[in-house]
Design a protein around this ligand. Structure first.
Ligand SMILES: [Zn+2]
Length: 143
């Protein structure tokens, strides 16, 4: 699946952008469009603008799907998602009460859990993490 960002303008008075967006997933599903996933959306009711993130197999299929539900498309861009370091999940051993300076940051929580498990096994002699420990670690992860 590729990622797309769609810019739209909801003409003032036609509909509240938030209400419009809330109905979009349902409408898309009703058209039988299986290769389009609606990911997230940013709405500005005051300006009647919405910026939405979709996943789709191609720009053409996304554009076709949106046309079917009469979604007012201004532009569709194929994009890559870049997560700034500040927004990446991170973990500090200190936060679970360890006397340890280990800190880790990863692009996804899964990757981070892998790094933590590796560290736990090497530095804290925990070959496997107990469910209790997993729980503690997950709670200490900052997203
Ligand atoms: Zn540690």
């Amino acid at each position: 699946m590729k990622k797309f960002v769609v810019n739209s303008t909801i003409p003032p008075g036609r509909m509240d952008p938030v209400a419009w967006i809330m109905g979009t997933s349902k409408m898309l599903r009703a058209t039988g469009a299986k290769d389009i996933k609606f990911r997230t959306c940013y709405c500005c009711s005051a300006e009647g603008k919405v910026v939405c993130e979709f996943e789709a197999s191609s720009k053409e299929s996304l554009s076709e799907g949106l046309r079917k539900i009469d979604f007012p498309v201004e532009s569709i861009m194929e994009t890559i998602k870049v997560t700034p370091e500040e927004a990446m999940p991170s973990f500090k051993c200190r936060d679970i009460g360890m006397v340890c300076n280990f800190e880790a940051t990863a692009k996804t929580e899964d990757e981070l859990m892998k790094e933590i498990a590796e560290h736990a096994s090497k530095a804290h002699n925990m070959k496997t993490m107990s469910p209790d420990m997993m729980e503690k670690v997950k709670k200490a992860i900052k997203m």
